[in-house]
Design a protein around this ligand. Structure first.
Ligand code: AQP
Length: 315
């Protein structure tokens, strides 16, 4: 991590296999600009614990997500790839933020409400999730956070946590800005709702061709309009409007042909990355995570020395 460049940071939960919504919402915007910044890419494993209570699966997912990061083209010498649990200062700072924000404030969280409405357990970790995310970001004086539209409110919460702390204890944290890729918004899942690991409605980023085919063929289409909107919305991530208009005009009402075209377009992007991913060994990926964790911890522990002093717990 450098002292001069602005800091860029984002993270994804190893709560399941990453999907194309994660790719276009968070990873692609990160990939496009990370070389210009002092960049970090986290595997936010303690966040995943809010929904996943299977240690074998969580362990496997952590390695899988790290492999995904490397396979999409992130160079670990140009970005600090690390896992949240390797830097205990994240959970420590989250506690301090929990003590600064109110329950009614957290109750306005869209992500929390959506997840509980979808049947996820309303555990206290899920409820206070935005403050752990604030800690993830603020510990590193992050200025830019590439995220999907669904996370916009969490970055507002992060600014609020920074400001509450700064007012209570003196200027300490920078208020970061979200970076949301134009035209991406919220990528819909195969059922038309937000594509989400925990909703079982994904097109997996690194699925086999068969898995991708099965997911695309399962996209819910309604026969009302001129074109299958759920298919089109995903297709628009892979092809420009001119190409798509011609394709959808030529195949009006032929949903099977349009889905087959979408499968081919997804494959063209994913196949080379899948090849790279298959060449990565668990051991080399573990080393990347270990070294990244050490780099991140150096920054985070220095920041926490200042924070502990300011809140009054250092003797
Ligand atoms: N459907 C989506 N469209 C655009 N961006 C998306 N992101 C997630 N889904 C979409 C972005 O991916 C990043 C990773 O988010 P996360 O793993 O921390 O959790 P999430 O947003 O809750 O993602 P999921 O897939 O929905 O995971 P689960 O089901 O485990 O909660 C974020 O930047 C997010 O905006």
């Amino acid at each position: 991590m450098s002292e001069t460049k602005k800091r860029l940071l984002t993270g994804l939960q190893p709560s399941g296999a990453l999907h194309i919504g994660n790719y276009f919402g968070a990873l692609k915007p990160f990939l496009d600009i990370y070389g210009e910044y002092d960049s970090s890419l986290m595997i936010v494993d303690y966040h995943a614990l809010t929904s996943l209570k299977n240690p074998t699966e969580l362990n496997r997912n952590i390695l899988d997500v790290a492999k995904d990061y490397l396979a999409i083209g992130i160079d670990p010498s140009k970005a600090t790839i690390f896992k949240q649990s390797d830097v205990p200062e994240h959970t420590e700072l989250a506690w301090i933020f929990d003590c600064l924000v109110t329950v009614p404030f957290l109750m306005q969280g869209h992500a929390y409400k959506d997840k509980v409405a979808k049947g996820l357990e309303a555990n206290a970790g899920l409820f206070t999730y935005p403050m752990l995310m604030a800690a993830d970001i603020l510990l590193y004086d992050t200025e830019i956070v590439p995220v999907g539209e669904d996370q916009r409110q969490h970055i507002e919460y992060t600014r609020e946590a920074a400001s509450k702390f700064n007012i209570a204890f003196g200027e300490t944290f920078k208020e970061p800005k979200e970076q949301i890729l134009k035209g991406v918004g919220v990528v819909p899942g195969i059922d038309g709702a937000k594509m989400s690991k925990s909703y079982g409605n994904v097109i997996p980023l690194f699925g086999s061709k068969d898995e991708i085919t099965k997911a695309v063929m399962g996209i819910v289409t309604d026969s009302g309009g001129d074109r299958p909107e759920n298919v089109y919305a995903i297709h628009a991530l892979f092809k420009n409007e001119v190409e798509l208009t011609a394709l959808y005009e030529a195949n009006k009402k032929n949903y099977k042909a349009l889905k087959e075209a979408l499968i081919a377009d997804i494959e063209a992007v994913i196949a080379p990355m899948r090849e790279k991913r298959d060449s990565l060994s668990d051991e080399e990926v573990k080393l990347v995570i270990k070294e990244g964790g050490e780099r991140a911890r150096t920054i985070a522990s220095a920041k926490m020395v200042d924070v502990r002093k300011k809140v009054g717990v250092t003797l």
